[in-house]
Design a protein around this ligand. Structure first.
Ligand SMILES: Cc1ncc(C[n+]2csc(CCOP(=O)(O)OP(=O)(O)O)c2C)c(N)n1
Ligand code: SF4
Ligand SMILES: [Mg+2]
Length: 287
């Protein structure tokens, strides 16, 4: 959809972290579009279902194309877009539930393909849209509507999981720093391959983590977010893994690796092999 449908009325609660992510995404799209001199409709934003997925209806300014799809299936949809129109700048927006719970099985294959897309994951540690159930990133002991006596599973460490699955660009950020976040999202768009920008985006209604992330001296809270040092070597897998052993939430690029994308590999196949007819392909299965 490149024009908004006035029949739908999507909104976020006051103070929701997704507002900051929206601004950052708008700036990143603007920057990408002007740097590469492409029209706005050469960008597509593919959203899952969740408060985070409502992003596609709430973007302001020049509109990219948008798809508000199926819960947990942003990556297969993005794969389809890239298969048909590889030149389109494809951005996935998803929540922690959408991406890491129901949609988790798609991350590994997209990473192995090195699908050339950018994912912006809005992690609020809950299922916000469905009224605050626990998600894979909810803390141990968290009391939510689905864990009234406290969550009894350990939280997932998304950044370590991405490293293990072979994601070629991994960044971690925070919704309250939209200018810095925009630069990271644009950098991820420029990365040739599968890029994930994992953003802490607090839910003011069900899991308000602003104080925990930022810290509050008056309340004696230190703050868990810290900026990745300039001398961090993001091209080193070892340095990235070591960085992720440190407690808290790093803000910056954790890991980047240049290797052929799916499109590059397809190009190699096209050059080395002549295509077969459908009949020949069907025959090859029946022998
Ligand atoms: C197949 C399917 N299962 C479950 C749901 C119900 N559902 C909608 S959004 C959601 C979770 C949203 O959590 P998250 O992805 O973290 O997004 P948030 O609202 O927190 O941004 C669920 C379980 C659905 N819409 N479709
Ligand atoms: S429920 Fe939470 S995540 Fe959803 S809009 Fe409200 S504050 Fe944002
Ligand atoms: Mg969520």
């Amino acid at each position: 959809m490149s024009v908004r449908n006035p029949e739908y009325d999507f909104s976020w609660c006051p103070g929701c972290g997704d507002f900051g992510v929206r601004r950052a995404l708008e700036w990143a799209l603007e920057d990408f579009t002007s740097t590469h001199e492409i029209p706005h409709n050469n960008n597509v934003v593919i959203a899952g279902i969740g408060c985070s997925g409502n992003m596609v209806h709430l973007l302001e300014g020049d509109q990219p194309f948008g798809v508000h799809g199926i819960h947990g299936r942003t990556l297969p949809m993005a794969f389809g877009v890239k298969a048909g129109r590889p030149e389109i700048n494809t951005v996935v927006v998803a929540g922690d539930g959408d991406f890491l719970s129901i949609g988790a099985e798609h991350i590994g294959p997209a990473a192995q393909r090195n699908l050339n897309i950018t994912c912006v994951v809005m992690d609020n540690g809950v299922y916000g849209l469905t009224k605050g159930q626990s998600s894979p990133t909810s803390q141990f002991g968290a009391k939510t509507s689905s864990t009234p006596f406290g969550k009894i599973e350990q939280p997932l460490h998304p950044l370590k999981s991405y490293m293990t699955m072979g994601v070629s660009y991994i960044a971690s950020h925070y919704s309250s720093k939209p200018r810095d976040l925009a630069k990271v999202i644009k950098d991820a768009m420029d990365h040739p391959g599968f890029a994930i920008v994992h953003v802490q985006s607090p839910c003011t209604t069900y899991n308000d983590t602003y104080d925990i992330l930022k810290g509050d001296r008056k309340k004696g809270i230190a703050g868990t977010a810290w900026i990745v040092e300039d001398d961090h070597d993001a091209t080193s897998r070892q340095a990235a893994n070591e960085l992720l052993e440190r407690p808290g939430v790093p803000l910056g690029v954790i890991y980047r690796e240049l290797r052929p994308t799916l499109e590059d590999q397809q190009e190699v196949l096209r050059k080395e092999h002549t295509s077969r007819s459908v009949a020949a392909l069907v025959d090859s299965y029946s022998v």
